[in-house]
Design a protein. Sequence first.
Length: 176
Amino acid sequence: MSNIVYIATSLDGYIARKDGNLDWLNEIPNPDQSDFGFAEFMQRIDGIVMGRHTFELVTGFDPWPYTKPLFVLSNSMKDVPLKVRDKAELVHGKLSSIIESLQRKGFQNLYIDGGKTIQSFLKEDLIDELILTRIPVVLGSGIPLFAEMPLELRFEHVETKVYNNMLVKSKYIRKH
């Protein structure tokens, strides 16, 4: 089983503006309409574990961007919106218990998404792989990818690809 982060960050390590806005990602020139490897990544995973704030953002996307089952981490939501009820379900509790439950249901490779969710998984040493795409912009402030942690985690660099002569995507595997 692997828990994988796939996310874009600014050069200064932010994944969104303070208000959660991702407009800066849409400003990247993309004349070939590339997905920058996202479809290939999605073929590797069985399901998505996403935080509530990120989920609320993506419910506004049209069309729905995911073909895999989505599990929303939330202790406050009572139900997912009707329009995505067949695509997403709520999960809550200890992260390790959620992962064990999903594994018993056959989910072996999970895409972990959302700033606080990624930070929580890292704090519990539950991330096996990081795929980070650096966007050549310095936002100056926003929602950081990483937060203060009680432990040090080491990763091994596996590969780096450059897209559109500007995006730098690097893959790291957790070293134990």
